[in-house]
Design a protein around this ligand. Sequence first.
Ligand SMILES: C[S@@+](CC[C@H](N)C(=O)[O-])C[C@H]1O[C@@H](n2cnc3c(N)ncnc32)[C@H](O)[C@@H]1O
Length: 283
Amino acid sequence: LRVPRRGGDDPVVRSPVDDPDDPRIADFVGLRDRELAGPRVRGRRAVANGMFVAEGDVVVERALRAGYRLRAALVDATRADPLPPGMPADAEVFAASPAVLRRITGLGVHRGMLATFDRRPVAPVDELLADARRVVVLERVSNPTNLGVIIRTAAGLGFDAVLLDPTCTDPLYRRVARVAMGEGYAFSWAWLPRLPGGLDLVRAAGFRLLALTPAARARPLDEVRLAEGERVALLFGAEGPGLSAQTLAAADERVGIAMQGGVDSLNVGVAAGIACWVLGRRS
Ligand SMILES: C[S@@+](CC[C@H](N)C(=O)[O-])C[C@H]1O[C@@H](n2cnc3c(N)ncnc32)[C@H](O)[C@@H]1O
């Protein structure tokens, strides 16, 4: 096995691995099976291990920049590029051939590197809401791609946090972070109790609850007026069922993006993009 020398000013030493059963890389073994089970149980196994997995240079760099503690990284031994900026000089970096990597991770694609990080305690909702003006609230958004799109959108369009009910996917799940390009690591998020009960905390913090729905009787998004300094929570539901009847009933108002051409609804990530742009903070 050829392990490239340090590239450029890359100070991080890479340790060769040629045995998929090497205990030093146990956290990376069988990622596909482990992570397939993840979203349904909110990443229980990964959470139990107190870690999450990041994939690809940009995503790993953003996790480092957000202050998460790196446990170890696994790279393609044929990689000549330096490792991402911010890697601690004493980081545990293992290098394996593409064939061994596939046997270790069960993944054909690993975007140059995988890294494991320690989780941190998730912020209590009331603390997070204390300073917030705009939040997104999600019910049953279990599709990792949609969640990644929504997190990146909220972070980029003037929102302060994303709040998830327990049926949503784990925001630190590898595929969510990959779609969000790691933007969620430095962004605020928290778990809410199951909706609609979880909305009590948001309402108690002074937020106006706007339920986004394609239903005909909803107020058109472009007619919504917000007062100066008003606190607003935008509620979105899952592909398929949308927001539950109970959550719709608990909201202050139903808001819709007018549809044309006989199409009944938008993808939830697209709907969130439009609504966050229209109602996000401009300063
Ligand atoms: C694919 S839609 C769910 C469709 C579902 N049949 C319904 O009636 O809600 C997923 C989520 O995206 C948001 N959404 C999709 N299209 C929308 C629209 N035209 N106006 C407002 N929200 C929309 C809503 O929050 C919805 O719960």
